[in-house]
Write a protein of this length. Structure first.
Length: 236
């Protein structure tokens, strides 16, 4: 049975969606704002998200970015915004579909079924990881909250540093070549700028390693790339 997270601050719309989804044998969670939605999604698995953009605490686009930082769950935007730019932005950020309000319930449910089929047909059948930490709990990379802590204290990182940490956290104990890191963090065309990766990896070691010159977590494999390998890595 699929579980659907409804992110909607209008109680009448949220109730109508919940009733219709439950009538079709879906499990339903309801979040009245973006913060609750991100917390719910981190705590329990959802198979799809129905997301309003006009939320009281943050814009729905920020919720999409927060989810896409660590999860590939299908996101269907259900919004009263009719401006094409909002639709393009949502899709560019990672939403799978966009349904305008007012909507026909049958059409929304059909689009939801299609998104669930596409998701079930992908090869990525892994459980989403919301948080990666060392076994001793000293280092925590919280992908759902976009935050890194060391010994319980938040560590300020730049946007580029965060993108590197995000890549490492999603690929623990895997060798990431310099070329791959540059492509995925900076984008196409930067694969030859190896000094970029050296500078930013050095900055992360200064902030997070006890001995930056002898790193425990962010290691260089000469001539090949980098590996994020605390020996007692745990994932939640």
């Amino acid at each position: 049975m699929s579980r659907i997270l409804v992110v909607e601050d209008d109680t009448q719309i949220a109730r109508a969606l919940a009733i219709n989804l439950k009538a079709r044998k879906y499990d339903v969670d309801i979040a009245p704002n973006g913060s609750v939605a991100l917390n719910l999604l981190a705590q329990r698995h959802s198979d799809a998200v129905l997301l309003d953009l006009g939320l009281p605490d943050m814009d729905g686009s920020a919720v999409i970015e927060g989810i896409r930082g660590w999860s590939d769950v299908p996101i269907l935007v259900v919004s009263a915004r009719h401006d094409g730019r909002d639709k393009i932005q949502a899709l560019d950020l990672g939403a799978d579909d966009f349904v305008e309000k007012p909507f026909a319930m049958d059409e929304l449910l059909a689009r939801l079924r299609a998104a669930l089929r596409r998701s079930a047909g992908t090869s990525a059948q892994r459980a989403d990881v919301a948080r990666v930490s060392s076994g001793d709990g000293r280092l925590v990379i919280d992908l759902s909250a976009t935050r890194v802590t060391l010994d319980g204290e938040p560590v300020h990182v730049t946007p580029i540093e965060w993108r590197i940490l995000e890549l490492f956290a999603k690929n623990p104990d895997r060798l990431i070549s310099q070329r791959e890191l540059l492509h995925r963090v900076w984008g196409p065309g930067y694969e030859g700028e190896r000094h970029y990766s050296r500078v930013y990896i050095s900055q992360l070691r200064q902030k997070l390693e006890d001995e930056p010159s002898a790193p425990r977590w962010f290691r260089t494999e000469a001539g090949m790339g980098y590996r994020f390998t605390p020996s007692d890595l745990s994932q939640t």
